[in-house]
Design a binder for this molecule. Structure first.
Ligand code: G4P
Length: 507
C-alpha cells in the first residue's frame, strides 16, 4: 500500500554524520545486523584515490543507492545522496525522487555550504525537511544559536521537538518535549542503550533553557511541515544512538506518504491504476566491455509487476522490464512487485535517460526534473582534431544521459562542459575514451557558473547582441549565460529586469 511507504533522503555537508546516522537507522530498522558495515563502505569510498578502478572491478555498484527497511508496518526507502568526491548532479536529482528529507547538521558547525545547496534543491519542490542536530555528545554551539541559524539562513519556521540537557562533557541526555521524558547516557561509552527517565530531575539552568526554547519557537504544525514551511528540529547523537528512533518515528508519523507528481496535464495520484514512474538517475558500468546501465525509476502510480511492459517517453516503443532490481540494505533482489514510492532499478543498454517518464500507455510526461546550473565549467580540447564529429555525438549523448551538461558558445569553437561535482569530469574523460574512442583533455574555462536565460524576445535579442562572448546554447538550443562569478549573475539580473537568469532548467 502506497500509504505505508516513506521515501526519503538525508542531506548534509560532509562529516556532519550522514553515514553514521544511515547506519544507525538501518540497524534500528533491522535492515543490517553487522554494525559498521555502512561506515566501512563510506570510508573505503572516501579513501579511494582511484574511483574508476574500483567501479570497474565491481561493475555497476548500486547496492547503497537505495536502502530499504521496515518497521511497524511501514516500508522506508532511504535514497543515498552521494557526497564527498562523488557529489554530482545525481545528488541533486535524487532529491526529485523523494517525498521528504532529513537534514543533518553538526552541532559545532551549523549550516554548511553543501547542506545549504541541497536544501535549496529540496525547496524547489517543497520537499519537507526534518532537522537533526547531530553530535551533541561533543562540545557544540549554543542550541538557540543553531536553531536561529536554521531559521534565518533557510528562511523556515523551526519547531524544536527535543532539547539537549547539556552538550559535550556536560551532556546528560535528551529531553523529549512530547513526553517530558529524558533519554539518558549509560555506561562507559555514554551511549543511549534504552534508558528513559520518565521523571527527570533536570538541573535548573537547563530546565529553564528548555522551557524558554519551547515558548520561543512555534509549535509543530504538520501542514506547515508538509508544505515545506516549517522544520521540526531534533537534537541527538548518531554515534551514541541518541535521537535515532525519534528520527524513524518522525518520518513514520509526519513525513508524507508518496506524493502525487506533476505532469503537463495535472498531477498523477499514487492511487491511479496505471503504472507510471520517472527516471531520476542512470548509473553506467565503468567497464567498457559492458554497456549496461541501471536506470533508477521512482514509481509514481500503480502496482508494478515483473515482466510488465512500460513505454519510455524518450523511446516511444514499449520495453519489457524482466529483471528489475528492488533494493535492500545489503542485497539486491529481483522484485516481483513494487508500489508507488518504491525505486526500481532497470537494467538497459542506454535506452533509458534521466528525465524519461515510463508508463503503461505512454500517456504520462512528468515535469519538474530540472537540470541544475553547473558549478564547474571546463573547455573540452580534442587531442585529435579530426574527431570533432565523434566528440559532438558523445557530448550530446552524455549530456542527455545526465553525466554532464554541454554548452556550445556563440563565439569560438571550443565546447564547454559543466558539472556540479569533480568526479563527473573523470567519468566524462574515461567514457569518451572507452565508449567513443575520443581522447580529450579538459582545460580551465573563464566561467564560474551558467544560467538559463528567459524573457520576452526583444529583451533576449538585445541582451544577446551585447553579451555574445558570454553566451552559449545548451544541447536543446536554449540560451545560456556563462557567468564569470556569482556576482556577475546578480549584476546582469539587476541590469536586465525583463530577463530571468535561472539556476535550473526544467525539461
Ligand atoms: P558523513 O557521512 O556525513 O561524511 O559523516 P560520518 O558519518 O562519516 O561522520 C563523520 C565523523 O563524525 C566520523 O568521525 C564519525 O564517527 C563522527 N560522528 C558522527 N556522528 C557523531 C556523533 O553523534 N558524535 C560524535 N562525537 N561523532 C560523530 P571520524 O573520526 O571521521 O571517523 P571514525 O574514525 O570516528 O569512524
Amino acid at each position: 500500500m502506497a500509504s505505508e511507504r516513506r521515501t526519503f533522503a538525508i542531506i548534509s555537508h560532509p562529516d556532519a554524520g550522514k553515514t553514521t546516522l544511515t547506519e544507525k537507522l538501518l540497524l534500528t530498522g533491522g535492515a543490517i545486523h553487522l554494525a559498521g558495515e555502512v561506515k566501512a563502505r563510506g570510508q573505503a569510498r572516501r579513501a579511494r584515490s582511484d574511483w574508476m578502478k574500483i567501479e570497474q572491478q565491481r561493475g555497476i555498484s548500486v547496492t547503497s543507492s537505495v536502502m530499504t527497511f521496515e518497521r511497524d508496518g511501514i516500508t522506508f526507502n532511504l535514497l543515498d545522496t552521494p557526497g564527498h568526491e562523488d557529489f554530482s548532479e545525481d545528488t541533486y536529482r535524487t532529491l526529485t525522487a523523494v517525498d521528504s528529507a532529513i537534514m543533518v547538521i553538526d552541532a559545532a558547525k551549523g549550516i554548511e555550504p553543501q547542506t545549504r545547496k541541497l536544501f535549496e534543491v529540496c525547496r524547489l519542490r517543497s520537499v519537507p525537511i526534518i532537522t537533526f542536530v547531530n553530535k551533541v555528545d561533543r562540545e557544540g554551539r549554543d542550541p538557540f544559536e543553531l536553531i536561529d541559524e536554521v531559521a534565518d539562513m533557510l528562511a523556515l519556521d523551526v519547531s524544536p521537538m527535543s532539547w539537549p540537557i547539556g552538550m559535550g562533557g556536560q551532556f546528560e541526555g535528551i529531553l523529549d518535549y512530547a513526553t517530558g521524558h529524558v533519554a539518558r547516557p549509560e555506561g562507559g561509552s555514554r551511549e543511549f542503550l534504552g534508558k528513559i527517565d520518565e521523571d527527570p530531575a533536570i538541573p535548573d539552568d537547563f530546565a529553564e533553557q528548555a522551557e524558554l526554547a519551547r515558548e520561543a519557537y512555534p509549535d509543530f504544525d504538520i501542514d506547515a511541515y508538509r508544505g515545506g514551511d516549517l522544520t521540526p528540529v531534533f537534537f541527538g547523537s548518531a554515534l551514541k544512538n541518541f535521537g535515532v528512533v525519534q528520527m524513524i518515528e518522525a518520518i513514520a508519523n509526519y513525513a508524507p506518504p508518496p506524493r502525487p507528481q506533476p505532469t503537463d496535464d495535472g498531477e498523477v495520484q499514487p492511487g491511479r491504476d496505471e503504472v507510471s514512474g520517472f527516471i531520476f538517475k542512470v548509473q553506467a558500468n565503468m567497464d567498457p566491455q559492458h554497456r549496461d546501465r541501471i536506470a533508477f525509476m521512482r514509481l509514481v502510480s500503480g502496482t508494478f509487476k515483473r515482466g510488465m511492459k512500460l513505454t519510455p517517453s524518450g523511446l516511444g516503443k514499449p520495453i519489457a522490464v524482466h529483471s528489475p532490481i528492488l533494493f535492500f540494505a545489503q542485497d539486491r533482489e529481483i522484485a516481483d512487485t513494487a508500489e508507488p514510492g518504491d525505486i526500481i532499478g532497470i537494467p538497459n543498454h542506454g535506452t533509458l535517460r534521466v528525465g524519461d517518464s515510463l508508463s503503461e500507455k505512454n500517456d504520462i510526461r512528468f515535469t519538474g526534473l530540472p537540470n541544475f546550473a553547473p558549478e564547474i565549467l571546463r573547455r573540452v580540447v580534442l587531442r585529435d582534431p579530426t574527431k570533432t564529429k565523434q566528440l559532438r555525438k558523445a557530448l550530446d549523448d552524455l549530456s542527455e544521459e545526465g553525466v554532464i551538461q554541454v554548452f556550445y558558445p556563440e563565439i569560438g569553437a571550443q565546447w564547454i562542459i559543466g558539472v556540479v561535482g569533480q568526479l563527473q569530469l573523470e567519468v566524462l574523460i574515461s567514457r569518451l575514451s572507452a565508449e567513443y574512442k575520443v581522447e580529450a583533455v579538459l582545460e580551465a574555462a573563464p566561467f564560474a557558473t551558467a544560467r538559463w536565460i528567459k524573457g520576452d524576445a526583444a529583451a533576449m535579442a538585445e541582451f544577446e547582441s551585447f553579451n555574445r562572448p558570454n553566451l552559449a546554447k545548451d544541447r536543446d538550443g536554449d540560451l545560456v549565460f556563462l557567468a564569470k562569478s556569482p556576482w556577475d549573475v546578480n549584476y546582469q539580473q539587476e541590469k536586465n529586469p525583463k530577463l530571468t537568469f535561472g539556476a535550473t532548467k526544467e525539461r
